[in-house]
Design a protein around this ligand. Sequence first.
Ligand code: PRP
Ligand code: MN
Ligand code: MG
Length: 181
Amino acid sequence: AADVQDDLTQVLVTEEQILAKLDEVAARVAADYTGKELLLVGVLKGAVMVMADFSRALPTVVPMDWMAVSSYGAGTQSSGVVQIRKDLDTDLHDKHVLIVEDIIDSGLTLSWLLKNFASRGAASVEVFALLRKPEAAKVQVDCKYVGFDIPNEFVVGYGLDYAERYRNLRDVAILAPHVYA
Ligand code: PRP
Ligand code: MN
Ligand code: MG
């Protein structure tokens, strides 16, 4: 079998750094939402890993729901066309919603999602993105909690894929250009 390391040029954020950051953000979120009815909304599929580890870093039990949207397909560029593949099961009315995302790249997915959520009657909607690429922003997204700002490179691992691969890598790493050239 081919060595996956040949597909990567550099580890950008290690699993250890991610887990330490999740503890920090979880402490902030726990303090900010004390006494409020918090609902975590994970964006499938990229946010699966961050949702799993972040939710377990919180000190209290918390409900979670999932929305599946996709804008990338198999390419490396966001198409900007966001499709709902699975809607929420939960009524957002009067809920304090925290959207959990793996990455803000162009910002198109989240800005679309925030508009979509605006009409659902939530008490509040905030965003936690583990990664953000400031240089790639096409639209500004109001993101209250950010794990790491990273350079404008195509990254995979810890939930992030290229053509559905590499999601199960423990670290976040830069994908070698020869993989998608
Ligand atoms: C990726 C990533 C974010 C989004 C960020 O999802 O998980 O959801 O793109 O890009 P943007 O800021 O340019 O919109 P993708 O559409 O690849 O679906 P996936 O989560 O199933 O991989
Ligand atoms: Mn995604
Ligand atoms: Mg993807």
